[in-house]
Design a protein around this ligand. Structure first.
Ligand SMILES: Cc1cc2nc3c(=O)[nH]c(=O)nc-3n(C[C@H](O)[C@H](O)[C@H](O)COP(=O)(O)O)c2cc1C
Length: 381
């Protein structure tokens, strides 16, 4: 996005520099603006996100067409690689190109409006990582344009590094943060939960799940809930993990139990719940829950949200309150960016005697469209 002047022959740039071509400048500024806007999809919503995504890729193709001569020169080995800055800049450009192409495919994979039939690279996690990488590489790519032209190399290096790290942080931490706090999605319950059945090999399993919503002291007026991404399934407030448990119940012949607190409820404010959970985890608390009898089951599918990188304390209460000798616990976690983190270790420590198997960790955004993944897993085991 940065080559505004014809310097493909590596000529020293002096006072004779040409001014940036207005069309290239407009296309590039638009691309940077769209990349940033795309990060705010929590606020813009899916449809605007997908349409602006298309505009971005049109700009990308325009950019490639405008830079066709440079690309040809690169392919023919005619770009001067005398300076380290030039080599670095070219590597960044190539990486950015590869990243944007993969991002384009993953955008189609996660698309619900324009490419719902495209089933490759459909992970929101991957999409977010690619978008973060594209933003950071674009910052580097643009930064290199100024770097090779400035006398103040040290200052430019610090500035470009900071901007690049900032872009990475926006994608990797900023977006999940606002997603967890501000997103509201409405889904069609039947669409998400109902569908093809599969046979569970072995005796009937028990699905045990924990969700914040089932254990939260919500006001009568749910709109008063401050913060936190909320999901409405057919206008009914639903937790991510509850939805997954419902999907499993629809796919296989199983029993299902919720881990329900008996003494306390978490506050309706998301931030207050975060700090309450932090206090509980530090104190190694084991809040009281309604008893769940696991004695008649060989397989337990445990569905839980990650809390501070581990299982919520109520899940530990459940795991420590029964004997799991000879049983298998299949783990399905939901999270806002952290995979399984240390939750598997925590389950192994609490559920003495159990064989613990990680099945999948699902990014919170992907929960409503995870039925197929669960179905595939049941079929393949
Ligand atoms: C108290 C609390 C702590 C959390 N900690 C993490 C975390 O460490 N890592 C992460 O990726 N997501 C974290 N999250 C996000 C949840 O794991 C995620 O939103 C989950 O899908 C919520 O599921 P639920 O709707 O069934 O409660 C946390 C959420 C809460 C409420």
């Amino acid at each position: 996005m940065s080559e505004y002047i014809d310097d493909t022959k590596g000529k020293k740039l002096g006072k004779k520099r040409r001014r940036p071509n207005l069309i290239i400048l407009t296309v590039d500024v638009l691309m940077y603006a769209i990349l940033l806007l795309q990060m705010l999809y929590v606020f813009t919503g899916n449809n605007i996100h997908e349409i602006t995504g298309i505009i971005f890729f049109v700009c990308f193709i325009l950019h490639l067409l405008i830079k066709l001569d440079w690309i040809k020169s690169l392919l023919k080995g005619k770009i001067s690689m005398k300076s380290k800055a030039r080599v670095f800049s070219t590597v960044v450009t190539c990486l950015l190109f590869a990243c944007i192409i993969t991002l384009m495919l993953s955008s189609m994979g996660v698309s619900r409006l324009i490419f719902p039939w495209f089933k490759v690279l459909g992970s929101s996690d991957l999409h977010r990582y690619l978008a973060s990488a594209a933003l950071a590489l674009a910052a580097l790519h643009g930064g290199m344009y100024f770097y090779v032209r400035t006398e103040k190399k040290k200052k430019a290096t610090v500035f470009i590094s900071l901007i690049t790290v900032l872009c990475l942080c926006i994608g990797l931490f900023g977006v999940p943060y606002i997603n967890r706090h501000f997103r509201t999605v409405s889904i069609d319950y039947s669409d998400a939960v109902k569908g093809e059945k599969a046979e569970w090999k072995g005796s009937k399993p028990l699905v045990v799940y924990f969700t914040r919503l089932g254990n939260t002291d919500f006001d009568d007026d749910v709109d008063a809930v401050s913060g936190a991404s909320l999901m409405y399934a057919d206008d009914k407030l639903t937790g991510n993990d509850q939805l997954l448990a419902d999907m499993l119940e629809d796919i296989i012949d199983c029993d299902k139990k919720a881990i329900t607190l008996t003494q306390k409820k978490y506050p309706s404010s998301y931030n207050a719940t975060i700090s309450e959970a932090s206090k509980e985890l530090k104190a190694n608390a084991r809040p009281d829950i309604e008893p769940i009898d696991v004695s008649g089951y060989d397989s337990i599918i445990l569905v839980y949200p990650l809390w501070w990188g581990t299982v919520p304390p109520a899940v530990s209460t459940f795991l420590e309150s029964s004997s799991f000798d000879g049983k298998t616990i299949y783990l399905i976690a939901t999270q806002g960016s952290s995979g399984f983190s240390s939750s598997t270790k925590a389950v192994k420590e609490s559920a003495k005697g159990a064989e613990v198997i990680e099945v999948m960790s699902i990014y919170c955004d992907d929960v409503p469209k995870s039925r197929d993944k669960l179905l595939d897993w049941v079929k393949s085991r």
